[in-house]
Write a protein that binds this ligand. Structure first.
Ligand code: DAH
Length: 374
């Protein structure tokens, strides 16, 4: 800014000359009119009325004029600023209106359109069945326990009294983990072939008396077909207490069948062999579809029980004292019973699923009819 000077001729101050001020106004109005959106208008405001704009700088020069010239110059600059400000306000309103109209169009929601229908997913029926089975037993005071799927051979076989030369250990049945050193030969680690190792794990880690169930995935070196999978699920049960007998085992199994298939179905125990139970049994229940009628003379055939009237559902038995000893439990004081059953098989029986492969395909259309219970 120049210093006040009594002899100063306003006409000589170029910034304040009428042409300069008019030109500054014309430039400003052109820029304002050319702004197509609010950002451009903001830039025009800064350039033409901001601190470094010609009109602002001209205004600052007024003080340098002799008093006689100030009023006239002040009036001209004031008028110029007024013109520019009015143009800015008008254009601002115009552009805001345009923006609001645009937003109304682009962000319109047609509430009459159908909403996006994402079909709900479904919990997998195998998981649901495992939970339902486990629930039946937790209702009877059992605890749910969990264990690793990659298991030491000792837990999966040795401690369960499966002899070293038992055919079940052979390569066609068991999936062995490779040795860590990459050399051929057995690693001592398997993908568990049954949930029975949880019997050992529970006996070793828990105090007695013991009532546990363990649902989980197991693996077999098996070709897949309509009734076999290489990975499937079982639930294991184990009770160890003083004075437990086969009557307790029968009672537990009957309670389980009542809860899963509705009351009134008989159960049957027939001798079987499992290394970890002695005696061992095979549990069958009366066919829930024909209730045995198909096995009667003249009865119509039943696809569920193949007209035998009975359905095998589980293996069971009294815990072999050798298993108790392997886990440091005194077999003279304690006895126990155990049982194990296939989840997919229970699911197939209960719901008439004829191909076990349907349970692994992951098609939500298979899962949905089983319901969404959580
Ligand atoms: N682990 C056996 C299997 O996979 C099933 C089984 C049978 C479990 C008898 C048991 C039992 O606990 O007592 O074939």
């Amino acid at each position: 800014m120049s210093a006040p000077n009594k002899n100063y001729d306003p006409v000589e101050v170029t910034a304040l000359s009428a042409e300069e001020v008019d030109k500054a106004v014309a430039d400003a109005l052109a820029a304002i009119a050319a702004a197509t959106d609010l950002d451009e208008l903001k830039a025009a405001r800064l350039a033409h009325i901001g601190g470094k704009a010609p009109i602002t700088l001209a205004g600052a020069e007024i003080k340098a004029l002799p008093p006689s010239a100030r009023a006239d110059a002040g009036k001209r600059v004031g008028k110029a600023k007024g013109q520019v400000n009015k143009a800015l306000t008008d254009r601002q309103e115009e552009l805001e209106r345009e923006r609001d109209e645009r937003v109304l169009v682009t962000e319109t929601v047609d509430v009459t359109l159908p909403f996006d229908q994402f079909p709900p997913g479904a919990r997998h029926p195998v998981a649901l069945t495992m939970e339902r089975l486990a629930d039946v037993f937790t209702g009877m005071g059992y605890e749910v326990v969990d264990g690793p799927e990659v298991e030491a051979e000792w837990y999966n076989f040795d401690a369960l009294n499966v002899p070293p030369d038992h055919p079940a250990r052979e390569m066609q049945d068991t999936l062995f983990a490779a040795r860590a050193d990459g050399k051929p030969g057995k690693s001592g680690t398997v993908l568990r072939t049954q949930t029975s190792p949880l019997q050992i794990r529970s006996l070793l880690s828990r105090s007695l008396p013991l009532y546990v169930v363990s649902p989980g995935r197991v693996y077999r070196n098996e070709a897949t077909d309509a009734t076999h999978l290489a990975a499937f699920h079982q639930i294991e049960g184990l009770a160890v207490d003083e004075g437990l007998t086969m009557a307790d085992l029968r009672g537990a199994i009957q309670a389980f069948v009542d809860a899963m298939f509705g009351g009134g179905l008989k159960t049957r125990l027939r001798p079987d062999y499992f290394p970890f139970t002695e005696p061992s049994g095979e549990v069958a229940m009366e066919c829930h579809l024909c209730r045995g009628a198909s096995a009667q003379p003249g009865g119509s055939p039943c696809r569920v029980c193949k007209s035998t009237g009975w359905i095998e559902i589980a293996g069971c038995g009294m815990v072999n004292p050798r298993v108790l000893v392997a886990c440091g439990v005194d077999p003279d004081r304690y006895s126990g019973f155990a049982f194990g059953l296939g989840i997919e098989r229970a699911l197939m029986l209960a719901h008439g699923v004829s191909d076990i492969r349907d349970t692994v395909e992951g098609d939500v259309r298979f899962s949905r009819p089983f319901g969404m219970e959580i």
